[in-house]
Design a protein around this ligand. Sequence first.
Ligand code: CP
Ligand code: NVA
Length: 299
Amino acid sequence: MSVRHFLEVDDLNAGELAQILTASSGSPPTQVLKGLGVALLFEKPSARTRHSMEIAVVQLGGHPVSITGDEVGIDQRESAEDIARTLGCYHAAIGARVYHHTVVERMAAASPVPVINLLSDRAHPLQALADLLTIQQVFGEIDGRRIAYVGDPNNVARSLAIGAGLMGAEFIIASPGGYRFDSSDLNRIAKSGRAAQQVEDPGRAVDGAHVIYTDVWVSMGQESEAEEKRSAFAGSYTVDDRLMRRATPDAIFMHCLPAHVGWEVTEEVLHGPSSRIWLQAENRMHAARGLLTFLLRHQ
Ligand code: CP
Ligand code: NVA
């Protein structure tokens, strides 16, 4: 069997995704990594991803080795391909958080072991797994739920939209006119099973929503666009109590974190009664365990 990688949520089919979510929720960990290592490479900062992955590896009987991009010098000291080939000599899987999605793609193309995208400029699929797990735990099922994403159509939004489509949820994003998914994103989301809707008015997106989701307006690596993006989003795209009240009465608020209070979300929503941000953060670890178990068993 060929090596399975996880660079975006649709590297899994709907059945596999559902199976991983079920396994992440309940099953006690099996020692699929006993005596094995997992390399975790970070070109950007991380709290949740590094710690949830490291502990998931430990729970599965393995040993995580985390390193920064500088330590290996991706495409400076050595090519991304040779780094993947090298780490594959010692480890059962490789995780990488990179600036450019093409780097994780090149690593996967060369790697003898599964490569997991720990976040790139295009995608954050591990986050989407944890988010779907959270929605499933809160509502019992994902199918038929309406997820309203208010803000930048970024890596987190893209992966969540694809995952929502695979699980039969409606995904609607509200963003300013100049900030939209492009046609290839829309096609890929639609292929997952359900097309995403894009609107300008956040109120329209959140009407009748079960989930209101937001993320930073300026992602890591986009610092030079900060001023321009903040002026496009500020004023209308902050999730506040007024917006939350337009959703269904049992609607929850979600954010992948870290959050920028006063920008994409207010303090009263981020830490208010509808917020499920800590369940999401905890679920990063359960979802990582479910994914690692699946990848180790399917090769
Ligand atoms: N949500 C998330 O990926 O957090 P970190 O950047 O802290 O890993
Ligand atoms: N969109 C954010 C997510 C951080 C977890 C970023 O890429 O910086």
